[in-house]
Design a protein around this ligand. Structure first.
Ligand SMILES: NC(=O)c1ccc[n+]([C@@H]2O[C@H](COP(=O)([O-])OP(=O)(O)OC[C@H]3O[C@@H](n4cnc5c(N)ncnc54)[C@H](O)[C@@H]3O)[C@@H](O)[C@H]2O)c1
Length: 428
């Protein structure tokens, strides 16, 4: 059993407080709104959520949940604070952090007076960096070094949805805790002992962004389904049936396929088919901003790679992989070809290794594509990985043809792995 102060008695705070109390913990809910506090103490939920009234009424009657406006009293009687105050949008679109700042400040000040072990868990949704760069310094200053040394700071993003919040609380997709180490994370997992879900410990930075990525993904899915629906309408097809069938493919569609950050997409189908949809939408005066934005986003990814290569300061570049993916010699709309073209055009001393590309065996559309887009291809292609290593100050690993060869062991060149590094803070 943990004694917990839950800050913020809104949708998330009320549900969390009631469920934690139901599961055997002793909870003090804290809110600046005295009317909400009064309602909770009467067992009357201040927010409407199916099933909440029953749980809240029961735990308040049993004395396992009470609420207060008195921060100090709440902190004194607990060993862990879950912060679930609001983080609404400001006019600029950024999250308003004034409420979380005030809570962290008051926790720090109170513990300064009487230092003891205490855990602060951020449940509110905050963009990566706000906890680490804004709130932790506030806590440091408020608590002072002695008390601060005994305060652990974690985050534990919330994935529940209003209207099914209690079910979501009881059956989360996973429980993610951002923490310094597994022991600190365990203090948070202990709160959810009876809940069957995978436990994941990661950094606070990653945990915070997982929450935003999930919500962005949900929003993207809704917008995608709506645009496909609108297209279907204009093409006399049944959009519901189209999306039902799209979702039936759990190998490539509703799956982890295509969901790793890497390099740009390309090949003979994805760009071409997207363009055809965009073209049809324009001809039909359909407003579908998402689909063309996908093509624009892909261009940005290509430019990001060029920028990283330029920023490396290296001029002798070896590109591994020229076709759009491993085990094909299809060069049509390969982003690696576009990258090679840009680098060559900007005066890099470029050499390319791709075991699937042998000029003598290219023919038809493929050869025409090479002629049109990379006429200097023959001069740039190199036959062996060793030769590429010998040439290069920077090795750019473009596709999975890079697998199966020890680039690090063979070369002193710096390595930029486009399949990985564009999603990392630093370049290897
Ligand atoms: N609502 C959701 O479905 C949902 C789901 C997941 C995550 N979240 C995130 O959880 C957080 C809370 O969302 P919510 O919808 O429950 O917010 P809410 O607006 O319903 O409730 C926030 C509560 O915090 C209180 N509060 C403000 N300042 C306070 C302070 N200094 N001390 C104590 N209480 C204070 C307010 O009076 C209010 O009762 C947000 O960051 C939100 O993005 C919300």
């Amino acid at each position: 059993m943990t004694r917990v102060a839950v800050f913020g008695m809104g949708y998330v705070g009320c549900v969390t407080a009631a469920c934690l109390a139901r599961d055997g913990h002793e909870i003090v809910g804290v809110d600046v709104d005295a009317a909400k506090v009064d309602r909770i103490n009467r067992g009357d939920p201040p927010v409407s959520e199916p099933g909440l009234a029953e749980i809240l009424g029961q735990v308040v009657k049993q004395g396992r949940l009470r609420a207060t406006t008195n921060v100090n009293e709440a902190i004194d009687g607990t060993s862990l604070a879950l912060i679930a105050v609001g983080t609404p949008s400001t006019d600029s679109g950024a999250a308003n952090t004034e409420h979380v700042e005030r809570v962290v400040q008051s926790i720090g000040s109170r513990l300064r007076a009487a230092p003891r072990d205490y855990t602060v868990v951020m449940r509110s949704t905050l963009l990566t960096g706000i906890l680490e760069d804004r709130l932790v310094p506030i806590l440091d200053a408020a608590a002072g070094p002695e008390a601060r040394a005994r305060i652990r700071v974690c985050n534990n993003p919330e994935f529940l949805r209003e209207s099914s919040a209690i079910r979501d609380y009881d059956q989360p997709p996973f429980i993610v805790v951002g923490a310094q180490n597994a022991a600190e994370a365990q203090l948070v997992f202990d709160l959810y002992e009876g809940i069957e879900a995978e436990r994941i410990v990661t950094t606070t930075r990653t945990a915070a962004l997982v929450k935003y990525a999930c919500n962005a993904f949900h929003a993207l899915k809704v917008a995608f389904a709506n645009e496909i629906g609108a297209l279907a309408g204009s093409l006399a097809a049944d959009g519901h049936e189209v999306m039902r069938l799209v979702c039936r493919d759990t190998k490539l569609n509703i799956s982890t396929a295509y969901l790793r950050p890497g390099f740009a997409f390309g090949g003979s189908c994805l760009p071409k088919d997207l363009r055809a949809l965009v073209r049809h939408a324009a001809e039909s005066s359909l407003q579908l901003p998402l689909l063309p934005a996908v093509l624009a986003s892909n261009e940005c990814q290509l430019r990001r790679a060029v920028r990283l290569i330029e920023q490396s300061g290296k001029r002798r570049v070896g590109l591994v992989g020229l076709s759009f993916k491993a085990n094909t010699d299809d060069l049509r709309e390969s982003p690696q070809v576009m990258l090679a073209e840009i680098l060559h055009g900007r005066g890099f001393e470029l050499r390319i290794f791709d075991p699937n590309i042998q000029l003598t065996r290219l023919h038809g559309r493929n050869l025409a594509y090479v002629d049109q887009h990379l006429p200097h291809l023959a001069k740039l292609l190199i036959d062996s990985p060793e030769e590429l290593c010998g040439h290069s100050e920077l090795l750019v690993l473009g596709t999975d043809v890079a697998d199966g060869f020890d680039w690090k062991g063979t070369s002193h060149a710096r390595i930029l792995d486009l399949r990985h590094d564009l999603a990392m803070p630093t370049v290897r």
